[in-house]
Design a protein around this ligand. Structure first.
Ligand SMILES: Nc1nc2c(ncn2[C@@H]2O[C@H](COP(=O)(O)OP(=O)(O)OP(=O)(O)O)[C@@H](O)[C@H]2O)c(=O)[nH]1
Length: 214
């Protein structure tokens, strides 16, 4: 395993409408999900754990509007737990990931759900079961029952997706739903400061703070 060192971002590029945070145990596939959504690719090669967090801003068309999501991809390792707390502050959406083939990752997802419920009442939770391609090939690999998770999602008022960053299955749908939900609830919670987090002048459609250390 190598490390993906994520440096603090130079916030020089764009206005973000909604902060989104990716949470979940290490290696569940948070970075791969962002990578698939933003760059339409799946990186193969040795797993590189995220250190700290990485940021990417991504504009999405919602009806007549363009909503820019500012996505924070946090490090899953428990060593960085305190840091991850910093990144979910003020988030409008949290994509809480677990690996469909790893039951312990679901326990970790429950931990993050509890944290969010206690600390971020306006943060909408999206439960995301990752690596669905693996169970597509061999159903015996599934360790997390779909219906149990749906019941849990209903109980906590969350939405539930199963995705594959390898095939792209359900990835666009997940982020599109995040943007649509933000758009439909934005005015409800918006404060003066939140009408736009101005990150300066726009240069590219997105930027990413991630450094790879092979
Ligand atoms: N088959 C398959 N493998 C995946 C998928 N998503 C991620 N992986 C693999 O799972 C490993 C971990 O993926 P990452 O995206 O780095 O996981 P992470 O949650 O960002 O990990 P941390 O940075 O440690 O928190 C890598 O080897 C990925 O190639 C998927 O949808 N399908």
């Amino acid at each position: 395993m190598t490390s993906r060192l994520s440096l603090p971002v130079t916030m020089s590029a764009m206005r973000v409408d909604a902060k989104v945070v990716m949470l979940g145990k290490e290696s569940v596939g948070k970075t791969s999900l962002v990578e698939r959504y933003v760059h339409h690719r799946f990186l193969v090669g040795p797993y590189q754990n995220t250190i700290g967090a990485a940021f990417v801003a991504k504009p999405i068309q919602v009806g007549e509007k363009v909503i820019t999501l500012g996505i924070w991809d946090t490090a899953g390792s428990e060593r960085y737990e305190a840091m991850s707390r910093i990144y979910y502050r003020g988030a409008r959406a949290a994509i809480v990931c677990y690996d469909l083939t790893d039951s312990s990752s679901f326990q970790r997802a429950r931990f993050w759900v509890k944290e969010l419920q206690n600390c971020e009442e306006h943060c909408k939770i999206y439960l995301c079961g990752t690596k669905s391609d693996l169970i597509g090939g061999d159903r015996s690999l599934r360790q997390i029952d779909y219906h149990d998770t749906q019941d849990f999602a209903d109980e906590i008022g969350a939405l539930h997706f199963e995705t594959s960053s390898k095939t792209g299955n359900n990835v666009d749908e997940l982020f599109q739903r995040v943007a649509e939900d933000y758009n439909s609830t934005a005015l409800q919670y918006m404060t003066a400061e939140e009408t736009g987090v101005d990150l300066g002048q726009k240069k590219d459609s997105y930027f990413y703070s991630c450094c790879h250390n092979n």
